[in-house]
Every structure is written in structure tokens, then in C-alpha cells.
Design a protein around this ligand. Sequence first.
Ligand SMILES: Nc1nc2c(ncn2[C@@H]2O[C@H](COP(=O)(O)OP(=O)(O)OP(=O)(O)O)[C@@H](O)[C@H]2O)c(=O)[nH]1
Length: 331
Amino acid sequence: MFRTQPAQNSTEFKSDFLIRSTFGVSLVSSLLLFPLCINSFIDGRNFDGAFGLFTCCLFVINAIACHRGRYFYWLNIVGVVPAFILGSANGLFSLGVMGSYWPALCLFGIYFILPFKVAKFVNVIFLIIIFAAAYHTLENEMFFRFIVSLTAVSFFIFLSMKEVTYSQNVLKKQAMTDPLTGALNRVDLPQSLQNAIDECKKYQTDATLCVLDIDHFKRINDEYGHDMGDKVLVDLSKHIQSLISSKDTLFRVGGEEFVILMRNTSLLEGKLTADALRDTIKSLNMLENKVITVSIGVTQLKPEYTWKQWMKQSDEKLYFAKEEGRDRIVA
Ligand SMILES: Nc1nc2c(ncn2[C@@H]2O[C@H](COP(=O)(O)OP(=O)(O)OP(=O)(O)O)[C@@H](O)[C@H]2O)c(=O)[nH]1
């Protein structure tokens, strides 16, 4: 089970989509299925009616959960999917050709209530079971037509959902990336800091945050032009990426301000990395006849910090580094 709030940042795009689609499928299915259950009871098909009512309850629980921003993965896997399979097979057994509409709808439903990676496999299992049921209930010619049409439906849904998932990933990447430097932008920063805080609490590890700002960047723009200013930002970002460890994450949070989230890193280690960054950046010839310096605020996570407090502490240290004359680290 996971929980989301209304899409605040891009990390939540995907789960938010799943919650909305599961809500839609569950609500519509429960509303459509309910009259059919009543009809089954009236016709004396009590088993069908009871089974339909049970499935309705699963949909209602799902719809309420999704409405509250929750997604019950296991309810779908062990409840709704088996209900889809049993319901479709039962439809074929009791209604014959008339019952062959349901499997196609269920194939769609599966892609809307499960993550794409899981839905692909569940669909294959669904097809195998339904083909076995159809083999026992449909005439030869009808059986082959059924196989061909259902396989085609399954494949077309797969293609559409693959495209949707791909577009989601592209959008997510675009929303999270700073187009100039390729570093992450501030969209995902709160969630990343929160994840780091949760990790530290869970595994009793350290994490350190560096806020780095180019000194007198306005002068660089004024003296060398905005394009050269951009080039400095791009070069600087590349150098930082090459100097930090693969477990560290770089964000560009403002014009010439960067944040480096260092997981599994103590204050001392963070300070050493910040020192190395400051020295290396200073020695790079990013602009002719101009030494570029940076100021850095370094803060180790304390157990009582929220992500906002952690960020605020780091910003304050950067502010002191600027106040004390720039080209320095305050930790
Ligand atoms: N070239 C370029 N400049 C930018 C970009 N974003 C912000 N800036 C410039 O960055 C400059 C930031 O200036 P300030 O906030 O005064 O800071 P500073 O000159 O670096 O001074 P200190 O931070 O106090 O050392 C402004 O001139 C902005 O126009 C960008 O994407 N590209």
C-alpha cells in the first residue's frame, strides 16, 4: 500500500495516475455490476448474484480507498484480479458466447488497476485461464475467433498503456530536470530530502546537505554576457557531478545556487567533499582571466529536523559564508 497527496511533485505522477484510474474503474464497475447482481438473484442464479455482490464490495472498498488517496495493491492482486478471472470464466460457462464480452473488459480493467509492469504478466495469466475456460465452453470456430480477438484486444491495450507509461516517464523527467544544466531542479527536492530523512531514521545513518552558490555571479553576467554566464553554470554543474559520489544528488535550486544531498555522509565527510569542490572549482579556468569561487553551507541532518529545517540551516550557513567574505565553507 502506498499513499499520495494530490500531485505536488513529479515523483507522485505515476501513483497519482494509478489511484485515479483505479478509482474510475472501481466506481463505474460497482455501479454497473450491482443491477446485474440483483438480476441474477431475481433469475434464481444465486451463486452468480452472491459472487457479483462480493466483487461489488471489492470495487466499493477500492473506490473509497482511492478517493482517500490510498492504493491497496494487494486488494487488487488477491481480490479484484481473481474476481475478474472467476467472473469471466463463470460468464463463459454459464452464458457461452454471450459471456465472451467480459474478458475483454477485464483485460482493460487490469491495466487500470495495477502498475504497468505487473499488469503485463497478470494479463498473460488471465488469457491462459480464459482460453482454457473457452476451450471447454465454445464451439471450435467460435473458440478460435475468441482467441484471435481477445489476443488482439490484449495486444492493443498493451501498446496503448506502454505509450501512456512512456509519456508519463518523459514528462516526469522533464518536470524534474533543469533544462540548462541537466541537474535535478527543485521540484523533487522536498521529497528527496524527506526520503533521506526517513532512510536515516530507519537505518541509523548520516546524511549531509551542501548548499553551494557562485560568488558575484551577477558580475560574471555583466562582464562576460549572459551566454557565458550560462556556460559557467553548465560547466560548474558538470564538474560538481564528476566530483561527487554516485550516491549523492545534485539539484539546481536557483539561478546560481546548487544543493548537494549526500546520503550516508557524516559532517566531516561532507565538509571534505565541499572543500574539494571549492578548491577544484577555483582552479578551473571556466572563464579567461577570471577566477570563479563558490561559497558553501554544509549541514548534517539532526534527528529533530524536518526537511524544511534542514534546508533552512544549510541556507543560513551559506548566508554566513557570504557574510564572512565568500569563497569559503561554513559547516
Ligand atoms: N547567465 C545566467 N544568469 C542567471 C541565471 N539565473 C539567474 N541568473 C543571474 O544570477 C545573478 C544572481 O545575482 P545575485 O543574486 O545578486 O548574486 P551574486 O551576484 O552571485 O552575488 P552573491 O551571491 O551575493 O555572491 C543575477 O544577475 C541573475 O540574473 C541563468 O540561468 N543564467
